[in-house]
Design a protein around this ligand. Structure first.
Ligand SMILES: *Cc1c(COP(=O)(O)O)cnc(C)c1O
Length: 225
């Protein structure tokens, strides 16, 4: 079933869009089946879980961290975990950015990151407020062991997908605005927004990366953000 789900989503997505399989709580068997269906990127919310499934799945996919870094900073900044992840999508503070930079410097890695935008403001807690994003990006752009490659946002996970549209619109505007600044070292390439409920709206608003869990793996994804 997982394999068919992936195939049908991939058929629907425009070619340039990256499909991240949001795999929190999913065993390696499920992830391998998704890869069999055509998934190339796995999204993980928890370092411990990522490490466990990565031991089995390994480099058959790329790994994106999509959890809340402030909540498990100690874990995320471990060498082993930073080695697993190919991108950290949820950087939302100088504290996390500089921590990633320092640790990646030690292991000789340049980590691609996205800046998470709290586009819903009061609706959700993680992410940096849109008005503070430019300053964080400018400050972070000088760090040599990470590379800013775009923005990510959550928006509401349930309810009417149309409710997400203003948040996606706002994040896209910010994406374009930062892109126009041509900040040295910053490459505004990825705009990660949209989940099972909202990815069609997100695509309409300019997303080129979508993070889908439930529609791939079934109904048991726990709410984490
Ligand atoms: C769980 C999760 C998703 C996927 O949500 P679904 O509604 O199951 O598609 C996407 N992004 C993040 C950050 C998540 O935690």
């Amino acid at each position: 079933m997982i394999k068919e789900n992936v195939k049908s989503i991939l058929t629907e997505l425009p070619k340039h869009v990256v499909l991240v399989a949001a795999a929190k709580g999913k065993p390696p068997e499920d992830i391998l089946e998704a890869i069999d269906g055509g998934i190339t990127v796995i999204g993980e919310n928890y370092c411990r879980e990522a490490k466990r499934v990565h031991q089995v799945v390994g480099n058959r996919a790329r790994w994106h961290y999509i959890g809340i870094p402030g909540r498990e900073k100690h874990d995320l900044l471990r060498r082993k975990n930073l080695e697993i992840f190919d991108m950290i999508e949820t950087v939302d503070s100088w504290d996390i950015a500089s921590g990633i930079d320092r640790k990646c410097g030690e292991i000789g890695k340049v980590m691609p990151i996205l800046i998470e935008i709290n586009s819903g403001k009061e609706v959700q807690k993680s992410g940096i407020l849109p008005e503070n994003a430019e300053a964080l990006i400018k400050k972070t752009s000088v760090l040599r062991n990470l590379k800013i490659m775009g923005l990510m946002t959550m928006g509401p996970r349930f309810g009417d997908p149309e409710d997400s549209r203003p948040y996606f619109k706002k994040t896209k505007e910010l994406f374009d605005q930062i892109n126009r600044l041509n900040i040295p070292g910053v490459e505004m390439k990825y705009l990660s927004m949209g989940m099972t409920n909202s990815y069609r709206v997100a695509l309409e608003e300019g997303a080129n990366t979508v993070r889908i869990g439930t529609k791939i793996f079934g109904e048991t994804c726990a709410l984490t953000q």
